[in-house]
Design a binder for this molecule. Structure first.
Ligand code: PLP
Length: 434
């Protein structure tokens, strides 16, 4: 008897490549049928078969307050009643921009609709501002599906990128230098050789797209300083970490303490409260290059959409110290319990966290020491993760369906939801050990 998710997946595959509108949703890495979700409330998701799951994906980060938060819904409902899109300036987009500027070191911000647009536009702006073309990124850092940012690492230092997907022109990938993360010598060498041509270096403020691989102490400060020394712009991509790992994002964790400021920053996810909203921003002189003030063109029919900005503004206004304290507490409880269950089961693993973002790398190859870059992350045992994932899913816990993703929790994860996760862990740990 096929499940309703299976039936919908068959229908989806007939009309959509792979049956999904974003690849990782397809369960390609873990096998099985993706669950079609019908509703969400707090920490819980319910699928079309009526099964409930504790959600440890949280829409890949945005749902800091949990699903269907009543106050966010009220603001969204009020915004919808006023009309859904005008193509004119509106007051909530100003208020959301003010809230972002208040929490971060940037002076000016431009709202867009996705993280991809934010990074794409930030790079165009950096190229326009510096008059240079080359972009430096790190292997394992994801910045959306921007052509020049899909290049991945070759071997050796400062390898000129090779397109990692058909459809990206070689000429575009050739303008991207891909380096190993956390590798200062590689950064020094790349800037020594190509410094005059480098427009910008873009990095995840704390990577979560190869599993959680935090910057080693002082690494972001080093990147900022290196860029400044060579006249390149430092772009800190906080699409995932922004307003999640702290009220001020990852910059609140390192930059604010160490006293450095990125030239440009990108945001998304939490700042849209579950709607398509993202942003990029930075220094006044750099942002002044952006149209209509300056010559670098950038635009969007739905940029600053009134519903999305109402949801984002409500979310950020509700995200107070108590919210971050609860999210941190839930993450600490679940990650510690997962570690304990895996140790008891005899499954080799490495738990890595950055505040309330965490992930587990499975296998002997990663158990002994820190995973500090993409090569290290790729050494994990994805078969063990698959077994762990499906045991958790069977027990009503929805993990990211890929070993290369952070787990996310929300302030709505109450004790009952946390307990369901804790109860699922021993069986899943045994499955990973088998
Ligand atoms: N940058 C980072 C760090 C991300 O994690 C993502 C998405 O996961 C993006 C950019 C792209 O954002 P979007 O999927 O909204 O285009």
């Amino acid at each position: 008897m096929p499940t309703t998710s299976e039936q919908w997946f068959a229908r989806a595959r007939a009309v959509t490549p792979g049956g999904v509108n974003s690849p990782v949703r397809a369960f390609a890495a873990v096998g099985g049928t993706p669950r079609f979700m019908e509703s969400g409330a707090g920490a819980w998701l319910t699928d079309v078969d009526g099964r409930s799951y504790v959600d440890l994906v949280c829409s890949w980060g945005p749902m800091l307050l949990g699903h269907a938060h009543p106050e966010v819904l009220a603001e969204v409902g009020a915004a919808i009643a006023r009309g859904t899109s005008f193509g004119t300036p509106t007051t909530t987009e100003v208020e959301l921009a003010e809230e972002i500027v208040r929490r971060t070191p940037i002076d000016r911000v431009r709202l867009v609709s996705s993280g991809t647009e934010a990074t794409m536009s930030a790079i165009r702006l950096a190229r326009g501002f510096t008059g240079r073309d080359v972009v430096v990124k790190f292997a394992g850092c994801y910045h959306g599906h921007v052509d020049s940012l899909l290049a991945q690492a070759g071997s050796g230092l400062a390898t000129l990128g090779v397109s990692s997907t058909p459809g990206v022109p070689a000429s575009s990938a050739a303008q991207t230098i891909v380096l190993p993360y956390n590798d200062r010598a590689a950064v020094e060498a790349a800037f020594a050789e190509h410094g005059d041509a480098i427009a910008c270096l873009i990095t995840e403020a704390s990577p979560g797209n190869m599993g959680v691989v935090p910057p080693e102490p002082g690494f972001n400060a080093f990147l900022a300083e290196t860029c400044t020394r060579h006249g390149a712009l430092f772009i800190s991509d906080e699409v995932m970490t922004g307003f999640r790992v702290s009220a001020r994002g990852q910059w609140g964790v390192d930059g604010a303490v160490e006293g450095w400021v990125p030239d440009l920053m990108t945001f998304g996810k939490v700042m849209g409260g579950g709607f398509p909203a993202a942003a990029f921003g930075g220094r006044t002189d750099v942002m002044a290059m952006l149209s209509p003030e300056g010559p670098v063109y950038q635009a969007g029919t739905l940029s600053g959409n009134p519903i999305a900005t109402a949801a984002g503004l409500a979310t950020l206004r509700l995200a107070d110290d108590a919210v971050y304290a609860r999210v941190d507490e839930v993450a600490a409880t679940i990650s510690a319990a997962a570690a304990e269950a895996l140790t008891r089961a005899g499954a080799p693993y490495r738990l890595q966290s950055n505040g309330n973002m965490f992930s587990i790398f499975f296998g002997d190859a990663v158990a002994g020491s820190a995973v500090r870059d993409y090569v290290g992350a790729q050494a994990q045992d994805s078969e063990a993760f698959k077994a762990f994932f499906h045991a958790m899913l069977d027990a009503g816990v929805y993990l990211p369906p890929s070993a290369f993703e952070s787990w996310f929790v929300s302030a709505a994860h109450d004790d009952r939801a946390v307990q369901q996760v804790l109860d699922a862990l021993p069986v899943a740990a045994a499955a990973a050990a088998a």
